[in-house]
Design a protein around this ligand. Structure first.
Ligand code: 13P
Length: 360
């Protein structure tokens, strides 16, 4: 009997939480013995980190103190990671996926199936392209998505979490469900892959807005107002681009679930709060036009090598809104984008109708 071999492409906090669940399922809880025990994990830094993961079974760089499993085999070599793999799990920051796929062209096993855990999109002159679409187009494989309110550390600590698999191919989705589901990780299947993936992407913009509200010292009412407007704009944007996206997707864990988790406890909220405090402090001190510290600086300081997707996503989404003349229809997204880029002061996040009208 040939068993499905799994490769995880990425080694950040979410990739580590994911590989840990997969490794538990392939080694301990695989009654039908469908999966090969060993799970390969591609670590882009290679070198010392690969050796450390393989000897200690932990990733001290991005997921300290949480064992990944003895059957996780790290490699710095992308081709080696995917060699013979039947199931490919993409979990790298969205700006790197295209480059990874280009390197993988011609190296993926025919008939392999992929799933993307990456939250982000790419914008080309022809329009938006989702991560799963990049994988499908460049590698010619089916690609599902796994999305939900999944703060990596909480999943690593085995706290109840929910996810959906948005799919085109039901058989592949059912196989991926067996690969991910754990007693603490509830997975359901959703036949709206585009809606699920876009929700996971867009909610990062809203979380930046919530971090700004926190940075200004405002309380739950204001945050709830930003979250509510954010959810409306997420729905309108998804359905304007892809009319097939279903209303009820926004009530799933990939919609309101992920939005709430990220706005309460995510990195976007945290970094945006620090960014806003710094902008306000430097405005009060009359320094540097009130610009404060940069996103890149705070990302480096607060996330220790992890990448923030939302600032890039905000700029990518804004490119679409601008090109299509939709900015006034998305006042919160537009205002957040203008604040993020230093064109408006942070307090306008709660006055987004004014922010979107501002002449900048
Ligand atoms: P952050 O990137 O803000 O930590 O959000 C993580 C996430 O997507 C939770 O589902």
């Amino acid at each position: 009997l040939s068993r499905y071999k799994v490769a995880v492409l990425g080694s950040g906090a979410w990739a580590c939480a994911a590989v840990r669940m997969i490794a538990q399922n392939t080694s301990q809880d695989d009654p039908e013995d469908e999966f090969d025990d060993d799970v390969r994990m591609w670590v882009h830094q290679g070198g010392e980190l690969v050796d450390t993961i393989n000897s200690t079974h932990e990733n001290p760089a991005y997921f300290p103190g949480i064992p990944l499993g003895p059957n996780v085999i790290a490699t710095g070599n992308l081709a080696e990671a995917v060699a013979d793999a039947d199931l490919l799990v993409f979990c790298a920051p969205h700006q790197y996926i295209r480059g990874i796929c280009k390197q993988l062209m011609g190296k993926v096993k025919p008939g392999a199936a992929a799933i993307s855990l990456t939250k982000g999109m790419r914008v080309t002159p022809e329009g938006p392209e989702l991560i799963s679409q990049i994988v499908r187009r460049t590698l010619g494989v089916d690609c599902s998505v796994l999305m939900g309110g999944n703060i990596a550390e909480d999943v690593g600590r085995e706290q109840l979490s929910e996810a959906v698999i948005g799919y085109y191919n039901l058989e592949h989705a059912q196989r991926f469900k067996k690969l991910f589901r754990r007693p603490y990780f509830r997975v359901t299947l959703l036949p709206d892959p585009v809606g699920a993936e876009l929700c996971g992407t867009l909610k990062n913009i809203v979380a930046l807005g919530v971090g700004m509200v926190d940075g200004m010292g405002m309380g739950p009412n204001s945050k709830a107002a930003v979250i509510r407007q954010g959810l409306l704009e997420m729905r309108d944007f998804c359905q304007a681009l892809y009319p097939s996206v279903r209303d009820d997707t926004f009530l799933e864990c990939c919609g309101v679930g992920d939005l709430v988790a990220t706005c309460i406890g995510g990195r976007h909220r945290r970094v945006a709060e620090a960014w806003t405090r710094s902008a306000i402090e430097s405005a009060v001190a009359g320094e540097g036009n009130g610009a404060g510290r940069s996103w890149a600086e705070l990302e480096k300081e607060l996330l220790q090598g992890q990448k923030l997707q939302g600032v890039l996503t905000s700029n990518e989404v804004q490119q679409i809104l601008r090109t299509r003349g939709w900015e006034s229809k998305y006042p919160l997204f537009t205002t957040i984008n203008r604040i993020v880029n230093g064109h408006l002061p942070p307090h306008l996040v709660v006055d987004y109708l004014e922010g979107a009208k501002a002449d900048i």
